[in-house]
Design a binder for this molecule. Structure first.
Ligand code: KG4
Ligand code: ZN
Length: 362
């Protein structure tokens, strides 16, 4: 590593403006490969095995691993083709080395190590969850020095204070049980909707009355705010929906499905947005990035946009295709790490299915 003009550039890339980073994502059911130079996205290709899991009502890890094995090489080739690049042009390889499914992670990390070894280029093992925030730099440019990030998906719900996306991220809080998307999927199942239920509940909710049923807002009491100000809990809310439905069914009453969906969605969005804005205020932050597959949720988007406007907070939500799992988020974080001169990972890195948010790069 050498320093030039305050910006560190890996020795292997001296002479180029910004390193060309190939990002590889394989933490769950998407095989994603992207090419990023600086904060410019040159190609982003995603192969998903979701259709193979739908009939099981959840991700089957072994099926996902096998699908990654089949998809990884063609997806790399397609990304290079779309970027009009060859492997020889690549200056560094970034891979999500956790958190995620062990078998799925292993396929991506093995492929990334093979590329790094064969090309003689640095390898960056990066945190998938932080990648969900980093991807916003490809859309809205580099983040201000202090940014709040809410990462919400089927597997994660975390509130992050981002002092520097590649070197200094502090987790302020997370869900104590279900992730927001997971809660939507479970309520989708209760309402008899197909898996994954999240988008279906969202659609139904748009037709219902969000004030019809006063579902609970967990961890928002004055007492809970003392110990869990920025933590979330959605499992009790899901149970409250189940109990409400059971009571109506036992009484033989018709279920107002859209009102149930709308009231549930309002409870999730309300807690997410209220705690996030409180965190922005407490930490004197005026930029908020929302990432992760659940940021597709229209109730969350609307409420965040409305309340952040009132609070003077600039909300940045990347387009949905960059919010679901993809290679661009990993390439974005790898690129940020390379630009700052973060030391690459050795070829000896493993996968970490429960990688903590204190790890940005390994
Ligand atoms: O980030 P993602 O693609 O995968 C994970 O890492 O989990 O997020 C998918 C999750 C699923 O739980 C899905 O049901 C939920 O996000 N989701 C939604 C919507 N779109 C996706 N939930 C509610 N409303 C949506 N529009
Ligand atoms: Zn994810």
């Amino acid at each position: 590593m050498t320093n030039s003009g305050g910006r560190s550039i890996p020795a292997t890339t001296l002479g180029t403006v910004e390193p060309l980073i190939l990002g590889l994502e394989s933490t769950c059911d998407e095989t994603g490969v992207a090419l990023v130079r600086g904060t410019e996205l040159l190609a982003d290709v995603v192969a998903s095995s979701m259709d193979e899991h739908a009939r099981f009502g959840g991700i089957v890890p072994e099926v996902a691993s096998r699908a990654h094995l089949e998809a990884v090489v063609p997806t790399i080739e397609e990304a290079l083709r779309r970027a009009d690049a060859t492997l020889a042009d690549v200056d560094g390889i970034a891979v999500a080395s956790g958190p995620g499914l062990v078998g799925s992670l292993t396929v991506g990390v093995s492929a990334a190590k093979a590329l790094s070894l064969a090309l003689g280029k640095p390898l960056y093992g990066v945190n998938h969850v932080i990648g969900h925030a980093a991807v916003d730099e490809l859309v809205h440019g580099e983040m201000p020095a202090r940014t709040m990030a809410l990462v919400v998906s089927g597997g994660h719900t975390s509130l992050l204070l981002v002092n520097d996306i590649a070197t200094d991220v502090v987790e302020l809080g997370h869900t104590l049980d279900d992730a927001a998307g997971e809660a939507f999927d479970k309520v989708g199942r209760l309402l008899g909707l197909p898996y994954p239920g999240g988008p279906h509940v969202d659609r139904l909710a748009r037709e219902g009355d969000p004030g019809a049923i006063p579902f609970p807002r967990a961890l928002t009491s004055a007492k809970a705010m003392q110990s869990h100000a920025y933590d979330f809990s959605f499992s009790g809310l899901k149970t409250a929906v189940a109990r409400w439905l059971e009571a109506r069914e036992e009484a033989g009453e018709e279920i107002p499905v859209a009102d149930v969906a709308a009231s549930f969605a309002a409870a999730v969005a309300d807690v997410l947005v209220a705690k996030t804005i409180a965190a922005c205020r407490a930490h004197d932050v005026d930029t908020l990035v929302i990432g992760g597959g659940f940021s597709a949720n229209s109730q969350l988007r609307e409420l965040a946009t409305e309340r952040c406007a009132q609070a003077g907070i600039d909300v940045r939500i990347p387009p949905i295709k960059y919010c679901t799992d993809n290679g661009a988020m990993i390439a974005a974080l790898g690129s940020a790490a390379a630009r700052r001169g973060v030391a690459p990972s050795g070829l000896g890195i493993g996968v970490d299915s429960s990688m903590p948010l204190s790890t940005i790069t390994v």
